[in-house]
Design a protein around this ligand. Sequence first.
Ligand code: FES
Length: 331
Amino acid sequence: MRRRLNGEMSSHPRSDARVGRPEEKVRAVGDRVLSVLGRQSWLDRPGYRLEHALGFALAACGGAGERTSNLLHGTWLGHPLHPLVVALPTGAVAATVALDVASVLPGQQSALREASQVSLGVGIVASLAAATTGLNDWQHTKEQSRRVGLVHGALNAVATALYVLSWCDRRRGRHVRGVAASAVGYGITAASGYLGANLVYRLGIGVDRSGARWDAGEWTPLLAEAALEAGQPQRVEAAGVGLVLLRDGDDVLAVGELCPHLGAPMVDGWLDRGQLVCPWHGSRFDPVTGQVVRGPATAPLPCYQTRIRAGTIEVRPGKPTALRATTGVGE
Ligand code: FES
């Protein structure tokens, strides 16, 4: 049966395809851009140098570096801080462009020019904040995401340089040149925003990668207690959802199988000073509540209730704090 378009029956099956053509062209251009950028392996060398410089700088600051990194990742927020900060420079420079357009109309010209410059100044400061949070997130990406992210950051750097140039020109009375520089910069910011959106929505940077949750079910026997040794986490499945069981002294813990940051297998993780450590980028989680103790992860790790019955570890969905399994203790 043919589909209806705007309430009317499509007259020919091929007309449906024609309606989608402009969108398909836009998508094809986007795919091509991402694919070409993602293959630029020559970007890896400067990328890794930048990553090492960042890592060195943060490590040199010790505990303060770790707190700063957590702050910039958005570990305290439960999701990445970068998208929230990005709204500030984008909005401020958009206001600059709008005020510049309004300033060519008769009346209030000097007031609009002044407001435009103030707005541009806010945009420059906010751009630096956005760059700091973005760089901190980017350092843990790999391959295609890393290359696209590097171009995204380079475009933003060029745009910010144009905003600074524009601000200086306006201060020196070269208004037209200043307006042109900020308008071009805003165009570059928009192009960079396209790459940033693809990094999040298509390549999954910054989204919770912990996968499916087991959220309904009763106590389910999953593993013989004797099969779980200290320091050797085990992957099990409940209702098709992967879980990881691990021992913490006399306790047995159950967590999701994938790290929320970039999906590392938590079965390869380990406990260190009562915290579960991700094997890829060292995020640390409270293994009982799943809360992030140290980034780059920002979303919590799923955790489950455990108990031991007749030598078997049983697990069920739910907050584990009150029902953490202890060897030989059951309900
Ligand atoms: S995958 Fe990056 S911290 Fe776990």
